[in-house]
Design a protein around this ligand. Structure first.
Ligand code: C2E
Ligand code: SIN
Ligand code: SIN
Ligand code: FE
Ligand code: FE
Length: 404
């Protein structure tokens, strides 16, 4: 009966594979892979581990019983590593490359080499029952990670075991998922490499700073969009673009001379005028605006130092194509004339800059940082987005702990 109710066709799986191919950012791809793989068997939960430096690193989790579907989830930023060996279920699957179907995690035969790690259940009160654990195989059958789908149901919510049909579809799906994940990892690496070029010049602009600003911005957008009735499909698509584009907000710093970029002291007004050009240099890299991603990258690079009250830069009249460096004294854009994505990134960037040490300043205490953000609500920053930021503070702090 249950099999009839949740019959999913191979065609549907291939349609989803097509959609996966349109996503670029690794986190958005993982989210979609997990959602769709769980839908195949009405599973309550699932997680993804990716192979990294010879270990399995926990990368993504869904759990309908613990966290509301589609809302921001701080647990995806958890740091957890599992060795690739026979002792754990995910380790066993990565090691052997075999799919493993378990009817009851608490009734694994004692002779099995692997054991179920119940620490997550103990910590959260969740009860794991059925597990379908599938290797994510890329080209040449290389295992790049493990997909684990947890607690299959009959869609009326009653627990049922995973079937052979589930296993077959999930295996086909995992093939496509692995290809999409590999592509997403490559995009992320390219972005980080671009930033490493900037980091060669400015050692404080590290990969971690870039990942944090990307993640903060993506989560702020997600929460804002949820409360404005944006559809979850649209949220996924925009979140994907915003994360990548926010990671590139300061890429224009590659064009700033070392003597200014690395100055271990306060900049003079003249030096700061040059420094302000990093916005225009960055925007220029995306000036063809061929894709939606290019367009978002350009908006963020150009406008992430605008202020809600209009006292930011570059000024309204800036001539991007001729790289006019400064228009000191003239106001920038204000309020809702500032592109929405740039207003988000402005908060993420300043929060991160204040929490970090720089060549010209020490890191500030959390209290001091949060006091400034609160104080600048409606002055430097979009007041509504500051409210969203404070609403999300637990997620923001989980991100900061992850990318150190
Ligand atoms: P950044 O270090 O990534 O800082 C980003 C933004 O965070 C700054 O944009 C500013 O809005 C905020 N911020 C950073 N530190 C402080 C601070 O101590 N107090 C306050 N109230 N806000 C802070 P801004 O000012 O437009 O600067 C853009 C970039 O210019 C900075 O990026 C940094 O690379 C450079 N920069 C700014 N001031 C100095 C400086 O005094 N010395 C040096 N060497 N570089 C500076
Ligand atoms: C394991 O494979 O034992 C870890 C997976 C889980 O606890 O869900
Ligand atoms: C947008 O959805 O891009 C604009 C929203 C706003 O101006 O607050
Ligand atoms: Fe900047
Ligand atoms: Fe920055």
């Amino acid at each position: 009966m249950s099999d009839v109710q949740r019959e999913v066709s191979l065609e549907r799986v291939l349609d989803i594979a097509d959609e996966l191919n349109q996503l670029k950012d690794i986190d958005t791809i993982l989210d979609r892979v997990l959602l769709e793989s769980r839908r195949l068997s009405c599973a309550r939960a699932g997680s993804i581990f990716l192979r990294e430096n010879g270990l399995l690193r926990f990368r993504y989790v869904h759990n309908d019983d613990l966290y509301a579907q589609d809302s921001n989830n701080k647990h995806i930023y958890t740091n957890l590593e599992v060795p690739i060996d026979e002792k754990s279920i995910v380790g066993y699957v990565a090691l052997t490359g075999e799919t493993l179907t378990i009817e009851d995690a608490y009734r694994i035969p004692p002779e099995a080499p692997y054991h179920f790690n119940s620490s997550f259940d103990v910590k959260t009160g969740f009860h794991t029952r059925s597990l379908l654990t599938i290797p994510l195989k890329a080209a040449q059958n290389q295992v790049i990670g493990v997909l684990q789908i947890i607690n299959s149901t009959d869609c009326a919510g009653t627990p049922v075991p995973f079937t052979h049909h589930d296993e077959m579809l999930a295996t086909v799906f995992a093939r496509h998922a692995a290809a999409a994940i590999e592509r997403g990892l490559m995009t992320r690496e390219m972005v980080l490499r671009m930033m490493q070029m900037a980091a060669l010049r400015d050692p404080k602009e590290t990969g971690a700073h870039v990942q944090r600003v990307g993640a903060y911005s993506a989560e702020i957008y997600h929460r804002w969009a949820l409360s404005h009735g944006v559809s979850i499909d649209e949220i996924r698509k925009r979140k994907d673009l915003i994360r990548l584009a926010a990671m590139l907000h300061d890429v224009g710093k590659v064009g700033i001379a070392d003597s200014i970029l690395k100055k271990p002291a306060k900049l003079t007004e003249e030096e700061f005028a040059v420094m302000r050009c990093h916005t225009v240099f960055g925007a220029d890299l995306f000036s063809h605006a061929g894709s939606e991603l290019d367009a978002v990258c350009r908006e963020i690079a150009l406008h992430h130092h605008q202020r809600w009250d209009g006292r930011g830069y570059p000024c309204e009249a800036v001539d991007v194509d001729n790289l006019v460096p400064t228009c000191a004294g003239n106001p920038g854009l204000a309020g809702e004339d500032i592109p929405f994505v740039a207003r988000i990134t402005a908060i993420a960037d300043v929060f991160d800059a204040l929490c970090s040490s720089r060549s010209y300043k020490e890191a500030w205490s959390d209290d001091r940082v949060l006091a400034i953000l609160r104080d600048e609500r409606g002055k430097q920053f979009d007041p509504e987005l500051i409210d969203v930021f404070f609403d999300l503070l637990d997620v923001i702090l989980a991100i900061r702990d992850k990318f150190v």
